[in-house]
Design a binder for this molecule. Structure first.
Ligand SMILES: *[C@@H]1O[C@H](CO)[C@@H](O)[C@H](O)[C@H]1NC(C)=O
Ligand SMILES: *[C@@H]1O[C@H](CO)[C@@H](O)[C@H](O)[C@H]1NC(C)=O
Ligand SMILES: *[C@@H]1O[C@H](CO)[C@@H](O)[C@H](O)[C@H]1NC(C)=O
Length: 427
Protein backbone atom coordinates (compact mmCIF):
# COMPACT_ATOMS: atom_id res chain seq x y z
CA UNK A 1 0.00 0.00 0.00
CA UNK A 2 1.30 3.37 -0.91
CA UNK A 3 0.46 6.30 1.23
CA UNK A 4 1.06 9.86 0.29
CA UNK A 5 1.26 11.96 3.39
CA UNK A 6 -0.05 14.99 1.53
CA UNK A 7 -3.44 13.37 1.34
CA UNK A 8 -3.82 13.56 5.04
CA UNK A 9 -5.12 16.64 6.60
CA UNK A 10 -4.74 17.29 10.21
CA UNK A 11 -7.57 19.09 11.89
CA UNK A 12 -7.17 19.78 15.54
CA UNK A 13 -9.97 18.56 17.79
CA UNK A 14 -11.51 16.90 14.84
CA UNK A 15 -10.79 13.87 12.84
CA UNK A 16 -8.17 13.64 10.21
CA UNK A 17 -9.72 12.74 6.97
CA UNK A 18 -8.15 11.15 4.02
CA UNK A 19 -10.08 10.48 0.89
CA UNK A 20 -8.24 7.30 -0.01
CA UNK A 21 -8.05 5.78 3.38
CA UNK A 22 -11.36 6.48 4.99
CA UNK A 23 -11.66 2.75 5.42
CA UNK A 24 -8.76 2.73 7.84
CA UNK A 25 -10.44 5.45 9.83
CA UNK A 26 -13.60 3.40 9.91
CA UNK A 27 -11.78 0.37 11.25
CA UNK A 28 -10.17 2.49 13.90
CA UNK A 29 -13.53 3.71 15.11
CA UNK A 30 -14.61 0.13 15.41
CA UNK A 31 -11.52 -0.79 17.36
CA UNK A 32 -12.04 2.13 19.67
CA UNK A 33 -15.64 1.15 20.16
CA UNK A 34 -14.65 -2.44 20.83
CA UNK A 35 -12.49 -1.26 23.63
CA UNK A 36 -15.37 0.75 24.99
CA UNK A 37 -13.79 4.05 24.20
CA UNK A 38 -16.46 5.55 22.05
CA UNK A 39 -17.13 8.40 24.44
CA UNK A 40 -13.53 9.45 24.19
CA UNK A 41 -13.45 8.95 20.51
CA UNK A 42 -15.65 11.86 19.62
CA UNK A 43 -13.79 14.36 21.66
CA UNK A 44 -10.29 13.11 21.78
CA UNK A 45 -9.53 10.87 18.92
CA UNK A 46 -6.63 12.68 17.42
CA UNK A 47 -5.06 11.77 14.20
CA UNK A 48 -1.74 13.27 13.39
CA UNK A 49 0.23 12.70 10.34
CA UNK A 50 3.76 13.92 10.17
CA UNK A 51 4.38 15.83 6.96
CA UNK A 52 7.65 14.11 6.34
CA UNK A 53 6.83 10.76 7.89
CA UNK A 54 7.59 8.76 4.82
CA UNK A 55 10.05 10.99 3.09
CA UNK A 56 13.54 9.70 2.69
CA UNK A 57 12.77 6.36 4.31
CA UNK A 58 11.78 4.43 1.21
CA UNK A 59 9.11 6.53 -0.36
CA UNK A 60 7.72 3.61 -2.33
CA UNK A 61 7.12 1.40 0.65
CA UNK A 62 4.35 1.37 3.18
CA UNK A 63 5.50 3.32 6.21
CA UNK A 64 6.53 1.22 9.19
CA UNK A 65 4.04 1.70 11.99
CA UNK A 66 5.16 1.29 15.56
CA UNK A 67 3.15 1.18 18.77
CA UNK A 68 4.18 2.21 22.21
CA UNK A 69 1.98 2.43 25.27
CA UNK A 70 2.26 3.95 28.68
CA UNK A 71 0.50 5.72 31.49
CA UNK A 72 2.19 9.06 30.72
CA UNK A 73 1.24 10.42 34.09
CA UNK A 74 3.10 13.64 34.98
CA UNK A 75 4.56 13.97 31.52
CA UNK A 76 8.26 14.57 31.51
CA UNK A 77 11.05 14.58 28.98
CA UNK A 78 11.81 10.94 29.86
CA UNK A 79 8.48 9.97 28.32
CA UNK A 80 9.10 12.35 25.46
CA UNK A 81 12.51 10.83 24.84
CA UNK A 82 11.12 7.29 24.90
CA UNK A 83 8.58 8.26 22.26
CA UNK A 84 11.28 9.99 20.23
CA UNK A 85 13.30 6.77 20.24
CA UNK A 86 10.23 4.71 19.40
CA UNK A 87 9.48 6.96 16.46
CA UNK A 88 13.03 6.46 15.17
CA UNK A 89 12.30 2.72 14.85
CA UNK A 90 9.53 3.37 12.35
CA UNK A 91 7.80 6.03 10.32
CA UNK A 92 4.50 6.41 12.11
CA UNK A 93 4.18 6.32 15.87
CA UNK A 94 0.90 5.21 17.41
CA UNK A 95 0.70 5.70 21.17
CA UNK A 96 -1.65 3.90 23.54
CA UNK A 97 -2.53 5.84 26.67
CA UNK A 98 -3.43 3.36 29.41
CA UNK A 99 -6.87 3.85 30.96
CA UNK A 100 -7.39 5.02 34.53
CA UNK A 101 -9.03 1.72 35.47
CA UNK A 102 -6.11 -0.31 34.12
CA UNK A 103 -3.63 1.87 36.00
CA UNK A 104 -5.55 1.37 39.24
CA UNK A 105 -5.76 -2.38 38.61
CA UNK A 106 -2.06 -2.75 37.86
CA UNK A 107 -0.43 -0.11 39.99
CA UNK A 108 -2.94 0.22 42.78
CA UNK A 109 -3.18 3.99 42.50
CA UNK A 110 -5.10 6.34 40.24
CA UNK A 111 -3.03 8.55 37.94
CA UNK A 112 -2.52 12.18 38.94
CA UNK A 113 -3.64 13.42 35.53
CA UNK A 114 -6.99 12.66 33.93
CA UNK A 115 -7.23 10.70 30.67
CA UNK A 116 -8.09 13.93 28.86
CA UNK A 117 -4.99 15.67 30.21
CA UNK A 118 -2.75 12.72 29.42
CA UNK A 119 -4.11 12.58 25.86
CA UNK A 120 -3.48 16.28 25.36
CA UNK A 121 0.09 15.88 26.60
CA UNK A 122 0.89 12.82 24.50
CA UNK A 123 -0.86 14.26 21.44
CA UNK A 124 1.15 17.45 21.91
CA UNK A 125 4.47 15.68 21.42
CA UNK A 126 6.14 16.25 18.08
CA UNK A 127 6.95 12.59 17.50
CA UNK A 128 3.44 11.25 18.04
CA UNK A 129 1.29 10.62 14.98
CA UNK A 130 -1.75 8.95 16.47
CA UNK A 131 -3.14 8.38 19.94
CA UNK A 132 -5.27 5.48 21.17
CA UNK A 133 -7.12 6.49 24.34
CA UNK A 134 -7.84 4.00 27.14
CA UNK A 135 -5.35 1.40 26.02
CA UNK A 136 -5.00 -1.77 28.09
CA UNK A 137 -1.98 -2.28 30.33
CA UNK A 138 -1.40 -5.79 29.14
CA UNK A 139 -1.17 -6.53 25.46
CA UNK A 140 -3.25 -9.71 25.35
CA UNK A 141 -3.90 -11.82 22.28
CA UNK A 142 -7.04 -9.89 21.31
CA UNK A 143 -5.49 -6.48 21.65
CA UNK A 144 -2.31 -7.55 19.90
CA UNK A 145 -4.33 -8.63 16.88
CA UNK A 146 -6.29 -5.38 16.98
CA UNK A 147 -2.96 -3.58 16.80
CA UNK A 148 -1.62 -5.73 13.98
CA UNK A 149 -4.74 -5.99 11.87
CA UNK A 150 -6.63 -2.81 12.48
CA UNK A 151 -3.98 -0.30 13.40
CA UNK A 152 -1.54 -1.99 10.98
CA UNK A 153 1.19 -2.00 13.60
CA UNK A 154 4.48 -3.58 12.57
CA UNK A 155 6.28 -3.45 15.91
CA UNK A 156 5.41 -3.01 19.53
CA UNK A 157 8.01 -0.96 21.39
CA UNK A 158 8.90 -0.81 25.04
CA UNK A 159 11.78 0.39 27.18
CA UNK A 160 14.43 -1.97 28.53
CA UNK A 161 12.96 -1.86 32.03
CA UNK A 162 10.78 -4.86 32.76
CA UNK A 163 7.05 -4.22 32.74
CA UNK A 164 5.44 -6.80 34.96
CA UNK A 165 1.79 -7.53 35.51
CA UNK A 166 0.54 -8.02 39.07
CA UNK A 167 0.99 -11.80 38.66
CA UNK A 168 4.65 -11.33 37.75
CA UNK A 169 4.36 -12.08 34.05
CA UNK A 170 5.83 -9.86 31.34
CA UNK A 171 3.25 -7.52 29.79
CA UNK A 172 5.02 -7.80 26.42
CA UNK A 173 5.56 -11.58 26.35
CA UNK A 174 3.12 -12.16 23.50
CA UNK A 175 4.59 -9.46 21.28
CA UNK A 176 8.05 -10.89 21.91
CA UNK A 177 6.86 -14.36 21.01
CA UNK A 178 5.34 -13.03 17.81
CA UNK A 179 8.72 -11.52 16.89
CA UNK A 180 7.15 -8.08 16.64
CA UNK A 181 8.80 -6.50 19.65
CA UNK A 182 11.56 -3.89 19.70
CA UNK A 183 13.26 -2.39 22.66
CA UNK A 184 14.53 1.09 23.40
CA UNK A 185 16.89 2.29 26.05
CA UNK A 186 15.56 3.73 29.27
CA UNK A 187 16.00 7.51 29.57
CA UNK A 188 18.25 8.25 32.48
CA UNK A 189 17.65 10.90 35.01
CA UNK A 190 13.94 11.28 35.40
CA UNK A 191 10.91 9.24 36.27
CA UNK A 192 7.44 9.85 37.56
CA UNK A 193 8.65 8.49 40.90
CA UNK A 194 11.41 11.06 40.99
CA UNK A 195 9.04 13.94 40.23
CA UNK A 196 6.50 12.73 42.80
CA UNK A 197 9.35 12.59 45.28
CA UNK A 198 10.33 16.17 44.54
CA UNK A 199 6.76 17.36 44.99
CA UNK A 200 6.34 15.40 48.21
CA UNK A 201 9.56 16.77 49.60
CA UNK A 202 8.55 20.31 48.67
CA UNK A 203 5.39 19.61 50.66
CA UNK A 204 7.54 18.63 53.59
CA UNK A 205 9.52 21.84 53.16
CA UNK A 206 6.34 23.88 53.13
CA UNK A 207 5.01 22.22 56.27
CA UNK A 208 8.28 22.73 58.09
CA UNK A 209 8.13 26.38 57.16
CA UNK A 210 4.61 26.67 58.47
CA UNK A 211 5.91 25.37 61.77
CA UNK A 212 3.95 22.15 61.95
CA UNK A 213 6.19 19.60 60.47
CA UNK A 214 4.41 16.35 60.06
CA UNK A 215 6.91 13.71 61.00
CA UNK A 216 4.86 10.99 59.40
CA UNK A 217 5.29 12.57 55.98
CA UNK A 218 8.96 11.92 55.90
CA UNK A 219 10.50 9.57 58.35
CA UNK A 220 13.82 7.99 57.71
CA UNK A 221 13.53 4.25 57.61
CA UNK A 222 16.74 2.95 59.06
CA UNK A 223 15.54 -0.59 59.63
CA UNK A 224 15.93 -1.32 55.95
CA UNK A 225 19.70 -1.50 56.26
CA UNK A 226 21.38 0.24 53.38
CA UNK A 227 18.33 0.93 51.30
CA UNK A 228 18.45 4.67 51.38
CA UNK A 229 14.77 5.07 50.71
CA UNK A 230 12.77 6.92 53.28
CA UNK A 231 9.06 7.38 53.38
CA UNK A 232 8.97 10.68 51.55
CA UNK A 233 10.69 9.24 48.55
CA UNK A 234 14.17 10.06 49.79
CA UNK A 235 15.74 13.46 49.63
CA UNK A 236 18.74 11.85 48.03
CA UNK A 237 16.69 10.73 45.06
CA UNK A 238 15.99 14.38 44.37
CA UNK A 239 19.54 14.91 43.38
CA UNK A 240 18.65 14.60 39.76
CA UNK A 241 20.40 11.94 37.71
CA UNK A 242 19.78 14.07 34.67
CA UNK A 243 22.88 15.21 32.86
CA UNK A 244 21.87 17.66 30.18
CA UNK A 245 23.97 17.11 27.09
CA UNK A 246 24.07 19.21 23.96
CA UNK A 247 23.17 16.10 21.98
CA UNK A 248 19.91 15.58 23.84
CA UNK A 249 18.94 19.18 23.13
CA UNK A 250 19.79 18.70 19.46
CA UNK A 251 17.67 15.52 19.35
CA UNK A 252 14.70 17.45 20.70
CA UNK A 253 15.22 20.50 18.48
CA UNK A 254 13.70 21.19 15.11
CA UNK A 255 17.03 22.61 14.01
CA UNK A 256 15.38 25.25 11.87
CA UNK A 257 15.17 28.98 12.22
CA UNK A 258 12.24 31.03 11.04
CA UNK A 259 11.78 31.03 7.28
CA UNK A 260 11.82 34.19 5.18
CA UNK A 261 9.10 36.65 6.19
CA UNK A 262 8.02 34.40 9.05
CA UNK A 263 5.93 36.00 11.76
CA UNK A 264 7.71 35.20 15.02
CA UNK A 265 5.54 34.78 18.13
CA UNK A 266 7.14 34.99 21.55
CA UNK A 267 5.75 33.56 24.77
CA UNK A 268 7.64 33.17 28.01
CA UNK A 269 7.10 31.48 31.32
CA UNK A 270 8.27 28.89 33.81
CA UNK A 271 6.66 25.79 32.26
CA UNK A 272 7.16 23.79 35.42
CA UNK A 273 5.58 20.30 35.53
CA UNK A 274 4.70 20.59 31.86
CA UNK A 275 0.95 19.99 31.65
CA UNK A 276 -2.06 20.05 29.34
CA UNK A 277 -2.62 23.77 30.00
CA UNK A 278 0.86 24.46 28.62
CA UNK A 279 0.19 22.43 25.49
CA UNK A 280 -3.01 24.34 24.83
CA UNK A 281 -1.54 27.78 25.39
CA UNK A 282 1.40 26.95 23.12
CA UNK A 283 -1.02 25.77 20.46
CA UNK A 284 -2.97 29.04 20.70
CA UNK A 285 0.24 31.05 20.60
CA UNK A 286 1.51 29.21 17.52
CA UNK A 287 -1.71 30.05 15.68
CA UNK A 288 -0.79 33.75 15.84
CA UNK A 289 2.22 33.34 13.60
CA UNK A 290 4.57 31.00 11.77
CA UNK A 291 7.34 30.47 14.27
CA UNK A 292 6.92 30.02 18.01
CA UNK A 293 9.80 31.10 20.19
CA UNK A 294 9.44 30.19 23.86
CA UNK A 295 11.40 31.91 26.60
CA UNK A 296 12.01 29.71 29.65
CA UNK A 297 12.86 31.54 32.83
CA UNK A 298 15.94 30.42 34.70
CA UNK A 299 15.71 28.73 38.10
CA UNK A 300 17.15 31.86 39.73
CA UNK A 301 14.61 34.13 38.04
CA UNK A 302 11.80 31.86 39.20
CA UNK A 303 12.98 31.59 42.77
CA UNK A 304 13.59 35.33 42.91
CA UNK A 305 10.03 36.09 41.87
CA UNK A 306 8.21 33.27 43.57
CA UNK A 307 10.36 32.66 46.54
CA UNK A 308 10.66 28.97 45.72
CA UNK A 309 12.51 26.89 43.19
CA UNK A 310 10.61 25.25 40.39
CA UNK A 311 10.20 21.47 40.71
CA UNK A 312 11.88 20.83 37.39
CA UNK A 313 15.10 22.64 36.71
CA UNK A 314 15.82 24.81 33.70
CA UNK A 315 17.19 22.14 31.38
CA UNK A 316 14.41 19.73 32.20
CA UNK A 317 11.79 22.40 31.59
CA UNK A 318 13.46 23.37 28.32
CA UNK A 319 13.36 19.78 27.03
CA UNK A 320 9.68 19.41 27.92
CA UNK A 321 8.83 22.57 26.02
CA UNK A 322 11.04 21.63 23.06
CA UNK A 323 9.24 18.29 22.79
CA UNK A 324 5.96 20.09 22.12
CA UNK A 325 4.90 20.04 18.49
CA UNK A 326 3.91 23.72 18.43
CA UNK A 327 7.28 24.96 19.61
CA UNK A 328 9.98 25.93 17.11
CA UNK A 329 12.68 27.23 19.40
CA UNK A 330 13.36 27.90 23.06
CA UNK A 331 15.51 30.41 24.88
CA UNK A 332 17.06 28.47 27.73
CA UNK A 333 17.05 30.96 30.59
CA UNK A 334 15.13 33.89 29.14
CA UNK A 335 15.09 37.20 31.00
CA UNK A 336 11.83 38.09 32.67
CA UNK A 337 11.65 41.43 30.98
CA UNK A 338 11.00 41.41 27.25
CA UNK A 339 13.45 44.01 26.02
CA UNK A 340 13.73 45.97 22.81
CA UNK A 341 16.99 44.16 22.16
CA UNK A 342 15.30 40.73 22.32
CA UNK A 343 12.51 41.87 20.04
CA UNK A 344 15.02 43.06 17.47
CA UNK A 345 17.39 40.09 17.80
CA UNK A 346 14.65 37.54 17.16
CA UNK A 347 12.47 39.75 14.91
CA UNK A 348 9.54 39.15 17.25
CA UNK A 349 6.22 40.27 15.75
CA UNK A 350 3.98 39.55 18.70
CA UNK A 351 4.52 38.88 22.38
CA UNK A 352 1.77 36.83 23.98
CA UNK A 353 0.79 36.04 27.51
CA UNK A 354 -1.89 33.64 28.76
CA UNK A 355 -4.76 34.64 31.01
CA UNK A 356 -3.85 31.83 33.37
CA UNK A 357 -0.22 32.53 34.06
CA UNK A 358 1.83 31.52 37.02
CA UNK A 359 4.25 33.62 38.94
CA UNK A 360 2.37 36.77 38.10
CA UNK A 361 4.26 39.87 38.99
CA UNK A 362 4.38 40.99 42.57
CA UNK A 363 3.28 44.50 43.41
CA UNK A 364 5.83 47.12 42.61
CA UNK A 365 7.66 45.04 40.06
CA UNK A 366 8.35 46.66 36.72
CA UNK A 367 5.94 45.26 34.14
CA UNK A 368 8.06 42.78 32.19
CA UNK A 369 5.92 43.42 29.11
CA UNK A 370 6.16 47.23 29.20
CA UNK A 371 8.27 47.38 26.01
CA UNK A 372 6.09 45.16 23.78
CA UNK A 373 3.01 46.94 25.18
CA UNK A 374 4.41 50.34 24.23
CA UNK A 375 5.19 49.00 20.77
CA UNK A 376 1.64 47.72 20.38
CA UNK A 377 2.76 44.12 19.83
CA UNK A 378 1.56 42.65 23.12
CA UNK A 379 -1.40 40.34 23.12
CA UNK A 380 -3.20 38.44 25.87
CA UNK A 381 -4.65 35.11 24.88
CA UNK A 382 -7.28 33.14 26.69
CA UNK A 383 -5.72 30.18 28.42
CA UNK A 384 -7.89 27.33 27.22
CA UNK A 385 -7.47 25.36 30.43
CA UNK A 386 -7.34 26.42 34.02
CA UNK A 387 -4.57 24.14 35.15
CA UNK A 388 -1.43 25.35 36.82
CA UNK A 389 1.68 23.54 37.93
CA UNK A 390 0.62 24.39 41.46
CA UNK A 391 -2.79 22.80 41.01
CA UNK A 392 -1.13 19.60 39.80
CA UNK A 393 1.25 19.58 42.73
CA UNK A 394 -1.76 20.13 45.00
CA UNK A 395 -3.49 17.02 43.66
CA UNK A 396 -0.50 15.01 44.78
CA UNK A 397 -0.24 16.74 48.12
CA UNK A 398 -3.95 16.23 48.81
CA UNK A 399 -3.37 12.54 48.42
CA UNK A 400 0.15 12.43 49.73
CA UNK A 401 -0.26 9.39 51.98
CA UNK A 402 -1.06 7.21 49.00
CA UNK A 403 1.70 8.66 46.82
CA UNK A 404 4.16 8.42 49.66
CA UNK A 405 3.50 4.69 49.90
CA UNK A 406 3.77 4.27 46.18
CA UNK A 407 7.03 6.12 46.09
CA UNK A 408 8.55 4.26 48.99
CA UNK A 409 8.25 1.06 47.00
CA UNK A 410 9.35 2.59 43.72
CA UNK A 411 12.26 4.58 45.10
CA UNK A 412 13.87 1.45 46.46
CA UNK A 413 13.76 -0.18 43.04
CA UNK A 414 15.13 2.96 41.40
CA UNK A 415 18.01 2.97 43.85
CA UNK A 416 18.71 -0.60 42.96
CA UNK A 417 18.65 0.34 39.30
CA UNK A 418 21.08 3.23 39.70
CA UNK A 419 23.33 1.23 42.00
CA UNK A 420 23.58 -1.69 39.60
CA UNK A 421 23.34 0.04 36.28
CA UNK A 422 25.82 -0.62 33.53
CA UNK A 423 26.63 1.18 30.34
CA UNK A 424 24.19 0.48 27.54
CA UNK A 425 24.86 1.91 24.12
CA UNK A 426 22.16 3.71 22.20
CA UNK A 427 20.38 7.01 22.16
C1 LIG B 1 -7.93 -8.46 26.16
O1 LIG B 1 -7.85 -7.09 26.38
C2 LIG B 1 -9.02 -6.37 26.01
C3 LIG B 1 -8.71 -4.92 26.16
O2 LIG B 1 -8.26 -4.63 27.44
C4 LIG B 1 -10.18 -6.84 26.89
O3 LIG B 1 -11.35 -6.13 26.53
C5 LIG B 1 -10.37 -8.31 26.71
O4 LIG B 1 -11.36 -8.78 27.59
C6 LIG B 1 -9.09 -9.07 26.95
N1 LIG B 1 -9.28 -10.46 26.54
C7 LIG B 1 -8.94 -11.48 27.29
C8 LIG B 1 -9.16 -12.82 26.72
O5 LIG B 1 -8.48 -11.31 28.42
C1 LIG C 1 11.17 0.06 56.98
O1 LIG C 1 11.80 -0.86 56.11
C2 LIG C 1 11.57 -2.23 56.48
C3 LIG C 1 12.42 -3.12 55.56
O2 LIG C 1 12.58 -2.55 54.28
C4 LIG C 1 10.09 -2.51 56.40
O3 LIG C 1 9.83 -3.85 56.74
C5 LIG C 1 9.33 -1.59 57.33
O4 LIG C 1 7.94 -1.79 57.19
C6 LIG C 1 9.67 -0.13 57.02
N1 LIG C 1 9.07 0.74 58.01
C7 LIG C 1 8.39 1.83 57.70
C8 LIG C 1 7.90 2.63 58.82
O5 LIG C 1 8.20 2.20 56.53
C1 LIG D 1 10.59 40.10 10.41
O1 LIG D 1 9.22 39.78 10.64
C2 LIG D 1 8.29 40.33 9.72
C3 LIG D 1 6.92 39.86 10.09
O2 LIG D 1 6.53 40.40 11.29
C4 LIG D 1 8.61 39.90 8.31
O3 LIG D 1 7.74 40.51 7.39
C5 LIG D 1 10.04 40.23 7.98
O4 LIG D 1 10.35 39.74 6.71
C6 LIG D 1 10.98 39.65 9.01
N1 LIG D 1 12.34 40.03 8.72
C7 LIG D 1 13.24 39.18 8.27
C8 LIG D 1 14.58 39.77 7.98
O5 LIG D 1 13.01 37.99 8.13
Amino acid sequence: MEIDSKQWRWIWDGVCFCRELLGVGGIMITAAALLGLSNYYNKHYYYYWADDADQGKGKRKRPVRVYMDGCFDLMHYGHANALRQAKSLGDVLVVGVVSDQEIVANKGLAPVLSMEERLTLVGGLKWVDQVIPNAPYEINETFMHTLFNEYKIDYIIHGDDPCLLPDGTDAYALAKKAGRYKQIKRTEGVSTTDILGRILSSLRGAEVEKGHADASICEQNHSGGNTQADSCGSIKSHLSHFLPTSRRIVQFSNGKGPGPNARVVYIDGVFDLFHAGHVEILRSAKQLGDFLLVGIHSDQTVSHHRGSHPIMHLHERSLSVLACRYVDEVIIGAPREVTQDMITTFNISVVVHGTVAEGSSCNGEVDPYATPKSMGIFQTIMSPKIITSASIARRIMDNHEAYKKRNLKKTASEYKYYAEKKFVSGD
